[in-house]
Design a protein around this ligand. Sequence first.
Ligand SMILES: [Zn+2]
Length: 484
Amino acid sequence: MYNQDKYEAIIGLEVHSQLLTESKAFCTCSTKFGDTPNTNTCPVCLGHPGALPTLNEKLVEYAIKMGLATNCHIRQSSIFARKNYFYEDLPKGYQISQYDQPICYDGFIEIELDEFSTKKIGITRIHMEEDTGKSIHDIDIDTLLDFNRCGIPLIEIVSEPDIRSADEAYKYLEQLRQILLYLGISTANMEEGALRCDANISVRLRGEKNFGTKTEVKNLNSFRNVQKAIEYEIQRQIEEIESGNIIHQETRLWDAAKHQTRVMRTKEMAHDYRYFPEPDLVEVFVEDKFQNEILNTLPELPLQKKKRFIKDYSINNYDATILVNDYDLANFYENTIKCFSQPDKNKNKLVSNWIQTEVLRILSEQNISINELNLSANNLSELIELLASDKISSRIAKDIFPEIISTGKNPNAIIKEKNLVQVSDDALIESIVKKIIDENPDNVQKYKNGKNNLFGFFVGQVMKETQGKANPKIINKFLEKYLS
Ligand SMILES: [Zn+2]
């Protein structure tokens, strides 16, 4: 690893996010993913001469939503611009984007560095634009083009160069992803290309005021690749400098298979996009009323929710992180807690444990979300009540859980029906313990001679006598009494 005391990395991220609108940014074509190639197209998104764009209001609404969630200023009057370049997946020969008047600017988000500290990462701007088509490189045929993606609305979120490590970049990106999901404006799925990230990276000697020459790294199509590519590029730049070479301003591609970045184009080859105002669209004027309406729909954001869960429900940072990571799971947790008649830290923790083990296991096995699982908050809270009050053992809770899900019956009904209520009758359990001890004199002798693991044998025998219903705490109490 590079010498962290000597060098410091300066990183800024440019993140593109596809928005979940039903129709495209400037025409009424569907944005549905996975349709037959080139079926969701029209003269506007194919750039036929004379076809005129009309702005989708949802694009503006979602961009403002993201801006407000990331503490940005919203520009009351902004305009679109044409970004001109030639590429086969861009039939118009230009992309409609925003240039010097982005709709959102000067914001920030907070990332958690560890359990105790957060850091603000500045957001330079968020602007609206349209996606390009998709090139499919087929070795046997040729390059094929699918224009279904042409004109799908995007926002580009540009950060300040406030990020100092691959780890911080990862956390920033993860926070953005969660915010997009909480707002419900993007699937934010990196593997499917709904979230894309380019990184601007430079290094400088620690204490140095000026930035070093930066490179832009592209093709970071997973969270892991973002981290690996940044690590690699920091290391590469430091090695170049240490060997007396200079860093060239260039765009580099991350090659995940070879685990390295390589030059894609140099500064001399950089595009001149010849931006100019889009003459076919009028300025976007954001009325206060519109902005306030959006503000009123903003949900509680992930980091706020996490802090509140820790404070209100007395769960630890680790538990809160897992619960808050999924918006619907966080709501399910909270709804379950709300079903309890009395607030109880112990039960809050039990619900959290149960979700993290039993519930998440089933979700991952069946590859479904919590909303698709046939489990009501009420039924889970009832199960936890039974467990917390020792009416059933955790063994029985686990045994009946699949039935709660498959039938939707409430746990109380199931345990009554199957006669599974835990036996906590001291006198009864004591008599069974005595009986088991009387019947196994050899094992009692071995235990007393130091074979401690026989304790489990005795517990098992008592359980067998009671069909698994005896309260383990009471069994332990009497076994300890009679075996010592
Ligand atoms: Zn269209």
